[in-house]
Design a protein around this ligand. Structure first.
Ligand SMILES: *Cc1c(COP(=O)(O)O)cnc(C)c1O
Length: 397
């Protein structure tokens, strides 16, 4: 489809294929295999001399439509859809690295990504160095001869730190490595990392791409050459996205732009309100002028995104953790769950949920204190969200 179309138009129109029935909404192909006209065609499909579907572990028309739509939105040559966000990271690393290779990764990554790198990949002979997301000198210093990937999330979870994608891409390319950006928090609606110099994008489609908390999925995107071994791994290892999930994500992508704008406008309003509350000592949100990388975020993101975190001032008799838990437990409407990217706002205590497996020392070094609360702002009315957090308005005492 014409790349000159605007993002909203691509989200609705790109990637669509229509069958002989002329359906206007994309069809769901719930079939594992595809049949051939004759033995010669089967042979041609298997040899690759004729393109077309063989088996849904390799390709499926509904999954292909999802891949083509997401690739159009990210401005990528190719998208490889996977069973989950973690499967996307696995396929990326397994496809592109081998034993003896080295990865430089941000230490502010999704908790399970840290586990994958430090526990599982280590067993297979990959070396990983973790560095502070915003410390460009540390990234530079950590690169080695055998560095294959630089891996970062921006904005980060849960502190919404912002990495300079363009600067990281220069460091990566100088080291003959590839820059991988997990674009989960922004989605292409708010940030397009390939246009800033990144080589590979990772998505947990489970989050904003679905947007309504229903199914798991992921994606890896990049040039055809870089995606070839990633797809090769997926096709063989079977970490494939299900056709049903792809169909849900296709519908999710159609409304991505309007949803992300609505999430971000509520998140900004909530972040501004939180900054005024007596029981809040600090608010982390890239759209606030008080954010340390406000200017950078304004340059590389269209809006601040939907995630806000804040630190609660404890009462005299309270521990930091008790103060955070009190705020969470006082909510009546917001869902207490660690998921994000849902129309329903969610609230969580990172230190005891998403980051509970990170050692207390590492958590503190990363700036994740015990009084930190994270909200993934949904699409409820802003006044109802504020009302649910009214405890923060009470005077300290
Ligand atoms: C959730 C998440 C993942 C993992 O995705 P799953 O779909 O849960 O496997 C990876 N990165 C980020 C930033 C996430 O939030």
């Amino acid at each position: 489809m014409n790349e000159q179309y605007h993002l909203e138009t691509l989200a609705v129109r790109a990637g669509t294929q229509v069958t002989e029935f002329g359906e206007n909404s994309e069809a769901l192909f719930l079939n594992s295999s595809f049949k051939f006209k004759n033995a010669a065609q089967a042979a041609a499909r298997f040899s690759g001399s004729e393109s077309g579907n063989i088996y849904s572990r390799f390709t499926n028309p509904t999954v292909t439509m999802f891949q083509d739509k997401l690739a159009a939105l990210e401005g990528a040559e190719q998208c490889v859809a996977t069973a989950s966000g973690m499967a996307a990271i696995l396929a990326c690393v397994m496809g592109l690295c081998q034993a003896g290779d080295h990865i430089v990764a941000s230490r502010s990554l999704f908790g399970t990504t840290v586990q994958l790198f430090s526990n599982i990949m280590k067993k297979w002979g990959l070396e990983v160095t973790f560095v502070a997301l915003t410390d460009l000198d540390a990234w530079q210093a950590a690169t080695q001869k055998n560095t294959k990937l630089l891996f970062a999330e921006t904005p980060s979870n849960p502190l919404t730190e912002v990495a300079d994608i363009e600067a990281l891409s220069v460091i990566a390319h100088h080291a003959s490595a590839l820059l991988v950006i997990d674009n989960c928090f922004c989605t292409p609606a708010l940030q397009q990392p390939l246009k800033l110099g990144a080589d590979i994008i990772i998505h947990s489609a489970t989050k904003y791409i679905d947007g309504q908390g229903r199914v798991l999925g992921g994606a890896v995107l990049g040039s055809k050459a870089v995606m070839e071994p990633v797809y090769g791994y997926l096709r063989t290892a079977g970490v494939t996205m299900s056709a049903f999930n792809a169909w849900v994500f296709l519908k999710g992508l159609e409304t991505l732009q309007v949803r992300m704008e609505a999430h971000a406008s509520r998140a900004l309003a909530l972040a501004n309100w939180l900054e005024q509350q007596p029981r809040v000592s600090r608010v982390h949100y890239p759209g606030l002028a008080s954010h340390p990388q406000y200017a950078l975020a304004a340059k590389q993101q269209r809006l601040g995104g939907g995630i806000v975190s804040f630190e609660v001032v404890p009462r005299a008799d309270q521990t930091l953790q008790a103060a955070a838990w009190e705020v969470i437990d006082a909510t009546q409407m917001i869902s207490i769950t660690a998921n994000l990217g849902d129309v329903k706002s969610t609230i969580t205590h990172p230190a005891t949920t998403t980051h509970c497996r990170v050692s207390p020392e590492a958590r503190l070094a990363a700036g994740i204190h015990d009084n930190l609360v994270r909200i993934a702002v949904g699409l409820e009315h802003i006044e109802d969200l504020k009302n649910d957090l009214m405890l923060l308005s009470s005077p300290i005492g």
